[in-house]
Ligand binder design. Structure first.
Ligand code: FAD
Length: 420
């Protein structure tokens, strides 16, 4: 049962109205705090709403062990957050808002209506009812010398005081939706360790020829196996599909491997991946198929007939295989089974699905409070973790918002006892 805040209750400022900040605000409101939530944009939850456009993947139904593995080297940091508010708690919470969920064939969990808007609407309604006050068009830019929070508003600079602050300012992707990472310099100037922000779940640049780019941009490359070896000698191999863009590649399979690909480019300046265009056929069967007489048929027809290769796959072979190799079944088969594609750079952070890097967990205590800034908590994508798509991003954002809210409640409680 939420406890009602009193005029004398501590006042908490939550800055950032994405999933992490809203969750922190809800927890704080339910804990009896007076809560003022500030967001730079004219409305809250813009990236959350965008996430709902292609089907809001709230979380994932796989076993917790596998789920935790998705956070890679940050697993130990995320695990306690998910223990307190994990995938099952998140689904129960959504159900409490009247939003039914279902598990898709891949194990991904979606709201029944697929969209974010009904959930956000119900959530904001409940929060306002609980007394959380929301101030939009308030862009936070730091603290003044007296320790007040400073916001740029259409009416000028607004200074606000709070007994505790939760920062949930997002990463640096899609800055047009509000999260422009301007907090990095503000916290950096205060000596908070912030790991450099990098694109995660991002696309990559490939130097396509003009014809290939014009002809195939926007088309999916289906059912291929992507292999590459990272600078540490680890071979990554995964099956899936991705999209050709005018200047490169993006989409599911690329996003799934984007962290090691990004890191390989950072280390070596570029990375070469290999594509198996016929993953269900052994190399010997590809050679055998290509060696069949083609009579008067064109090579394009022959490829389509004997191997089912046409469209983008055929275009890729035309782009990367020399005429001499095309005429030689063994060499053409080798290209079909391991077509080398050089990725020259990540696409910019602004275009990425999410952000790697952020506030260093070592700078935070278990309640996600900045150790050197008592009373200031951090949550969401602005923390230094990353995860693939599949619902893992939102789950950790909700969980860290929940943890920061709980952390602030515990800290304020301890403060009140000290001051008694
Ligand atoms: C196209 C797309 C699709 C996605 N789909 C999914 C999906 O299906 N499943 C999934 O798990 N994840 C998905 N994500 C990722 C997910 O949306 C984010 O990880 C999540 O929204 C991050 O939550 P957050 O609360 O940390 O930050 P944000 O949602 O970015 O919210 C931060 C808020 O802080 C505000 N803010 C920033 N700076 C300031 C400032 N200086 N002053 C005041 N306010 C400020 C912003 O306006 C914003 O409202 C998707 C992302 C994109 C781009």
């Amino acid at each position: 049962m939420p406890s009602a805040s009193l005029p004398s209750s501590p006042l908490v400022a939550v800055i950032g109205g994405g999933p992490a900040g809203l969750m922190a605000a809800e927890v704080l409101g339910a804990g009896g705090m007076r809560v003022e939530l500030f967001d730079a944009m004219p409305s809250v939850g813009r990236k959350f709403l965008l996430a709902g456009k292609g089907g809001l993947n709230l979380t994932h139904a796989e076993a917790l062990e596998a789920f935790l593995g998705r956070y890679g080297t940050r697993r130990a940091r995320i695990e306690p957050l998910l223990e307190a508010f994990g995938p099952e708690a998140l689904c129960a919470w959504a159900h409490g808002l009247g939003i039914e969920t279902f598990v898709g064939s891949s194990g991904r969990v979606f709201p029944a209506e697929m969209k974010a808007a009904p959930l956000l609407r119900a959530w904001l309604h409940r929060m306002r009812g609980a007394g959380v006050r929301i101030h939009v068009r308030h862009r936070w830019r730091g603290w003044n010398d007296e320790g007040a929070l400073l916001f740029d508003t259409p009416q000028g600079v607004h200074a606000a005081r709070a007994d505790a602050v939760v920062l949930a300012l997002g990463g640096g992707s899609w800055p047009q939706l509000g999260s422009d990472a301007s907090w990095v310099s503000v916290l950096g100037a205060r000596g908070v360790a912030v790991m450099p922000l990098r694109p995660a779940n991002c696309g990559f640049d490939v130097a396509w020829g003009a014809y290939f780019s014009e002809r195939f941009a926007g088309q999916p490359l289906k059912s291929v196996v992507l292999t590459f070896t990272d600078p540490a000698g680890v071979t990554h191999r995964r099956r899936g599909e991705f999209i050709i863009t005018a200047g490169g590649v993006e989409g599911g399979l690329i996003y799934a491997l984007s962290a090691p690909l990004r890191d390989a480019i950072a280390a070596d300046g570029a990375v070469t991946i290999q594509l198996d265009l016929t993953p269900d056929r052994e190399p010997s069967r590809v050679i055998e198929a290509l060696s069949r007489p083609r009579g008067s048929k064109s090579m394009a027809n022959h490829l389509r007939r004997v191997l089912g290769i046409d469209g983008v796959k055929a275009g890729l072979l035309r782009e990367y295989v020399s005429a001499a190799d095309f005429a030689e079944p063994e060499r053409l088969a080798a290209a079909i089974k391991a077509l080398p594609l050089r990725l020259n750079a990540t696409r910019p952070l602004a275009e990425a699905i999410s952000t790697a890097g952020g506030v260093d967990f070592d700078a935070l205590d278990e309640g996600l409070m900045i150790r050197e800034m008592p009373g200031v908590f951090c949550a969401g994508e602005m923390l230094d973790w990353e995860a693939p798509t599949g619902g893992y991003l939102l789950t950790a954002c909700f969980a860290s918002g929940h943890a920061a809210g709980r952390g602030a409640l515990a800290w304020l409680d301890a403060q009140s006892k000290i001051n008694m």
